[in-house]
Design a protein around this ligand. Structure first.
Ligand SMILES: CCCCCCCC/C=C\CCCCCCCC(=O)SCCNC(=O)CCNC(=O)[C@H](O)C(C)(C)COP(=O)(O)OP(=O)(O)OC[C@H]1O[C@@H](n2cnc3c(N)ncnc32)[C@H](O)[C@@H]1OP(=O)(O)O
Length: 223
């Protein structure tokens, strides 16, 4: 890979700056090894196919025969993937920061445009899989996006790994599916280990949702 994404650049400096922090195995492990080769060059395409599958499942009215056929095919694939299961620290899902949402299928796919001490700017699209009702995103999915991208801003702003103590989401307007939205998260203030964050989610000029949260910087060894 020749060009580094904003998150990759930030992750490198984050790793360097947190190198003086006491080593610990708790939390999200600030000293984890970023390896963008895990899963190979087509891993992102693999994740995208899985996402498309989840969208299709959510949208489908399959016949009995098709359900049976898909079960059989999934059993074969699940058995193959089961053979290569590994611990969370070395699995590419969640660690491939070169991919949308770090290659983590449980997050709505987002692309980070800017990430640093000033906060995080990301573009994100909810899809059929994230449907709540009447073509709008599920509120829980909106909260998932806030939690992750506020956690990222909290880590970058506090130069440590944080965990969510509370997260309050205000839903201001319908969050549409299949539409590129803008999410911004930033540190509002810090008091010792307490990192107060804010975030907004916009569809163009429309504020869909906003959040405030308290994230706590973890002590060494804290789970
Ligand atoms: C990969 C590339 C890298 C690139 C670089 C970027 C790196 C980052 C990248 C990617 C980021 C990924 C981001 C993921 C984000 C996801 C985050 C989650 O979803 S976390 C899971 C959900 N959260 C939990 O499971 C917590 C469960 N709760 C706990 O573990 C504890 O309660 C915890 C840690 C939150 C606090 O416990 P205590 O023992 O450490 O601290 P105490 O003493 O209780 O609280 C400290 C202070 O905070 C206040 N506080 C605590 N909880 C509060 C609350 N709910 N409301 C108000 N105040 C609270 C307390 O009153 C205290 O305040 P006083 O110091 O006395 O002033």
């Amino acid at each position: 890979m020749t060009q580094k994404s904003p998150l990759q650049k930030t992750a490198t400096s984050f790793a360097e700056e947190s190198a003086d922090e006491p080593h610990h195995e708790g939390g999200f492990r600030p000293d984890f090894d970023i390896d963008l080769t895990r899963g190979g060059p087509r891993y992102g395409e693999f994740i995208e196919e899985v996402r498309t599958f989840m969208d299709r499942v959510k949208a489908a009215l399959p016949s009995e025969e098709l359900v049976a056929e898909v079960i059989d095919e999934l059993k074969v694939l699940n058995a193959k993937l089961d053979e290569v299961a590994i611990d969370e620290w070395r699995a590419p899902s969640g660690g491939r920061i070169d991919l949308p949402a770090r290659g983590n299928i449980t997050l709505p796919p987002y692309e980070v445009d800017d990430a640093g001490e000033e906060g995080v700017h990301a573009r994100l699209t909810f899809r059929r899989y994230h449907l709540g009702g009447n073509n709008a995103a599920h509120g829980g999915q909106v909260a998932v996006a806030f939690d992750d991208l506020m956690g990222m801003a909290g880590a970058l702003g506090s130069k440590g790994i944080t965990r969510t103590a509370y997260l309050t989401v205000n839903y201001r307007a319908i969050t549409p599916l299949d539409t590129e939205l803008k999410l911004r998260s930033w540190v509002d203030r810090m008091e010792g280990r307490k990192v107060f964050l804010r975030a907004t989610l916009h569809n163009g000029e429309t504020l869909c949702a906003e959040a405030d949260g308290l994230f706590i910087k973890l002590k060494p060894g804290q789970p």
